[in-house]
Structures are given as structure tokens and as C-alpha cells.
Design a protein around this ligand. Structure first.
Ligand code: SF4
Length: 279
């Protein structure tokens, strides 16, 4: 049970996107899971909790990794080439992919009592000291750092740094608009496969929201690139790859880069690595 005793910790902040559903229940409107959370409970991602009928994030400034990385590693191949972005992340995820390549970060729940709080000003200062040209929220799902990234992006924009997300693309449109208004310049979206892959492997999700966000982000003027991790025995058949390519052409068009990357066994998935010939 989550209660008022958590409110004294710096990483616990009021969430921005939620609504009351009566009887103390709140609906989180940050991602398209739109969890209904009872008092004392948490959402699917375990980063948002209901304390006395109000929604709080547990991960504001709770950063589990922070380092300069080349923008091409994201991969962004057509956005500030040759630059580095100060890249950071927090705990947990709103997806449940059994092959998660960053499972040591994404499968951990946040713990405000022992977290190390890093303020957004400090992140921007570190980027400037490193001579990074931008920020990137990555490694785990950046949407879960929503409130923190909004504050960091606004400060970063004042210093002419760019702001990027490496995301599964499952945020709500409300969240995407606020991110754009706060300075999000680049969005890389992971495509896991076709409808069946999202339903079977990622926790009963609807892939249409992901394509909608790719399309809408482009319309908002955000630079979009897509990546499809090709996983042996999951999405490496001709039919699934063709589905992704056709949907890509229909939703975002041929001028939007799409990358195909190699899977390695990780977390709870032991199928062999993607064959080079397949890529
Ligand atoms: S961010 Fe998504 S998974 Fe997490 S509580 Fe909100 S709706 Fe649920």
C-alpha cells in the first residue's frame, strides 16, 4: 500500500495527467493503458501510485543511468549526425516484453526511500559540461519520466540543446502534445511487430496507438525514426516484416527512416540471436 509517508521524498511528485473516477479511484492518462488505480495502489508500470485519490509519480529525477552517447546508437541516423546526447533513464516499463534488452533497468520497481534524486537543472548542466548537443531519455520507457523530462527539456531548450525520446510509442496524445510543447525534437519509436506480437508478447497491447503516435508526431513537426528489432521466431517471418513495412509506408511514408536491428537472448527469452543473413 502506498501512502502519505512517501510524499516527503524528492522523487515523488504530483502526476500531470490523470482524472478522478469516483470512490477515490484515479485513471492515469499518461499512456494508452489508462490504468484505473484504487487508493493505495499502483499502475501497471509501478511508477504511478494513488495516494488519497491523487496520482503521484515515484520517479521524478530518479535516474538509474546517465551518460553521453552518440546519437547514431539510438538509432537516429538523420538527426544531428555526429553529435552526442546526454542519455538517461529511470526504472520499470509499461510494456512486458520477455526479451527486454535492458531488463536490468526495466524490470526493477522504483524505491523512493533509497533513490538518488538528480534535479533537471543538474542534468542540463552536465550535458553542457560534456559538450553534448542534446538530451535523450532512453534505455527504459522515457514516457515514465514524463514530468521530469518536461522540466529538463524546457531548460535544455534555453541552452539550444535538442531533446529526444527513444520510446515504445505508447503515450497518449495528450502526453505527446505536452512533450512537443516542452521541446521534444526527436522521437525514435520501437516497432515490436504486427498486432499479434503486441497482443501475445507485450501484455495485450494495441499496436494502432503506436502507429497513430508516429503519424501524429510527424504532423507536429517532431523528427521521427522507427526501429524494428528482428526477433528469432517472433517477428522474423516474411509476413510480419511485410506487415511492418506496409504499415510504415501507409502511416509515415517512405521519407521516414526505419531500421532493422539484431536481437540477442535476454531476460526470459532464449531463442537464438537473429541470423545475419536474415537482416
Ligand atoms: S503510465 Fe501507463 S502503465 Fe503506468 S500507470 Fe499510467 S497508464 Fe498505467
Amino acid at each position: 500500500m502506498y501512502n502519505e509517508s512517501l510524499l516527503k521524498y524528492s522523487t515523488v511528485r504530483k502526476a500531470l495527467l490523470y482524472e478522478s473516477k469516483g470512490d477515490g479511484i484515479v485513471q492515469c492518462n499518461l499512456c494508452e493503458r489508462r490504468c484505473n488505480i484504487p487508493p493505495g495502489g499502483c499502475g501497471f508500470c509501478r511508477t504511478r501510485v494513488n495516494i488519497n485519490g491523487e496520482l503521484y509519480t515515484l520517479v521524478y529525477g530518479d535516474l538509474n543511468a546517465i551518460e553521453s552517447r552518440p546519437i547514431e546508437i539510438k538509432p537516429f541516423f538523420h538527426f544531428w549526425p555526429g553529435s552526442t546526447a546526454l542519455t538517461f533513464s529511470t526504472w520499470s516499463c509499461n510494456f512486458n516484453c520477455p526479451w527486454c534488452q535492458n531488463w536490468h533497468l526495466s524490470k526493477q520497481s522504483p524505491e523512493p526511500r533509497t533513490s538518488l534524486y538528480i534535479p533537471p537543472e543538474k542534468v542540463v548542466k552536465k550535458a553542457l559540461l560534456n559538450r553534448d548537443e542534446g538530451l535523450c531519455v532512453s534505455f527504459t520507457e522515457p514516457t515514465l519520466l514524463f514530468e521530469f523530462s518536461i522540466d529538463a527539456f524546457k531548460i535544455a531548450s534555453k541552452f539550444s540543446l535538442y531533446n529526444t525520446y527513444v520510446s515504445n510509442g505508447y503515450m497518449t496524445l495528450e502526453a505527446l502534445r505536452i512533450l512537443r510543447d516542452s521541446g521534444l525534437n526527436g522521437l525514435k519509436i520501437d516497432i515490436k511487430g504486427d498486432e499479434d506480437v503486441y497482443r501475445r508478447y507485450c501484455g495485450g497491447l494495441n499496436v494502432d496507438f503506436v502507429w497513430r503516435n508516429a503519424r501524429e508526431a510527424k504532423r507536429m513537426g517532431i523528427h521521427v525514426e522507427l526501429v524494428n528489432l528482428i526477433i528469432t521466431g517472433v517477428n522474423d517471418d516474411e509476413e510480419c516484416i511485410r506487415w511492418v513495412i506496409e504499415r510504415h509506408l501507409k502511416e509515415v511514408g517512405p521519407d521516414t527512416p526505419v531500421h532493422f536491428t539484431r536481437y540477442y537472448p535476454a531476460y526470459r527469452f532464449y531463442n537464438p540471436p537473429t541470423k545475419i543473413e536474415k537482416l
